[in-house]
Design a protein. Structure first.
Length: 101
């Protein structure tokens, strides 16, 4: 089984960085999803896709994968770039697009 270890990004629906500090271990799908002939819902016989484990550190997730003999890939998180902004820049004289209200 192949596993993916990553640090989740913040969702578009939140402004804070909650639930982004932990590391997640997810299993890669082994089968393709198929439509159920009766209901038409997508599904697969692979229940390992439903397993999602969280760890405090990257090393904890890696040691868990190695302890259980899992092949894993670690995806490093992109570094967050903060662009400093000031509220006064909205009213600057040299602004490219004039502010209007």
């Amino acid at each position: 089984m192949k596993a993916r270890i990553f640090q989740p990004t913040k969702t578009a629906m939140q402004s804070g960085r909650a639930k982004t500090q932990n590391w997640v271990l997810e299993f890669e799908p082994t089968r393709r999803q198929q439509l159920d002939p009766l209901m038409g819902w997508p599904g697969a016989g692979d229940t390992m896709q439903q397993v999602r484990m969280t760890f405090e550190t990257r090393d904890d997730a890696i040691s868990h994968a190695e302890r259980h003999g899992l092949d894993y890939v670690v995806q490093e998180p992109k570094e967050r770039q903060i662009k400093p902004k000031a509220y006064a820049d909205n009213f600057a004289v040299g602004r490219r697009i004039p502010w209007s209200h």
